[in-house]
Design a protein around this ligand. Sequence first.
Ligand SMILES: N[C@@H](CCC[C@H](N)C(=O)O)C(=O)O
Length: 328
Amino acid sequence: MELKLIKGHGSGNDFLLIDEWTYGYIFTEENRHDLALALCNRETGIGADGIVFVMESKHADAKMRIFNSDGSEASMCGNGLRLHGRYVLDKLRRDEILVETNKADLYVKRDGEVYEGVPAYRVEISPVLFDLDALPMTIGKDRLFNEIVPELSDDIRFSAVAVPNPHLIAVGGRDLIASGEQKRIAEMLNGENQITPDGVNVSFVHPIQKGIIYVRTFERGVGFTNACGTAMSASTLTTCQLGLNELEEPVVVYNNGGKVRCEVHQHETGRYSIDLIGNGTYMFEAVVQLDLDTPGHFQLKDQKAFTEQTAYGQLRKEVELYLSENVF
Ligand SMILES: N[C@@H](CCC[C@H](N)C(=O)O)C(=O)O
């Protein structure tokens, strides 16, 4: 069959966008898993952190499903939702839509520019759950906020939150980022283990100054990525709870692939939601010729690059300079 796709990214977290809805592709669950494994491989495939599927929704404007590069499905993806949302906003010629995801219906809105020539999209990150059962995480307690978990480290404090995909967050100085501990702990928690049997996204956060943080994430199902939208949202929330940032105030979040803005809201019921605002940039479109039974043997045809990457390249250069002066 011939499969049309767009490769794009949110903060350098790159995805293949496949529109099942418009093109009427019929996939089984196994097909989606196999496509992610085959096409996301950076050596033998096209290369990406995951596949974002655009689907029809029975009650919302569209539906998103996200598969990590290892073929596993995630319940949510913040950077992927911006890319998906941009595609659907353009398709429906709207400024705001509601997107069905695995566990919630979330809004996506156009929101000015994140940088000159780089349009921004605001997406809702919700629900926010603190019970460790929601991750799941088993350490003999119900919640984890800024505490040492002896099974993980003697001196790094962790907080856990599901948005609703699972996140473990440590906040500290430049030495924490440079420690090498993130890889060790994340690999342990994403291998066979009793603490996080489904794996977990692990982020190390460096507060640069009030209103500005840096986040690096080891993603479940992928490994280190340039950025993870749900992780940056969850990390901003944790810094607010620690008193380092303010609720309702924009926080600039630097990452290895660019920067976004996050705003944490607390509602009357006490529940939190987070707005994640950043780019959804297209890199190229192409047609993939493959047999769904053997997606590893594919042919990439009619590849056409989008020029909008140039403006993003400028943003990225500025971010690299900022990070070299303030983080590394
Ligand atoms: N990069 C994503 C999150 C993708 C899913 C994650 N790896 C998981 O398995 O939970 C984002 O931008 O949020």
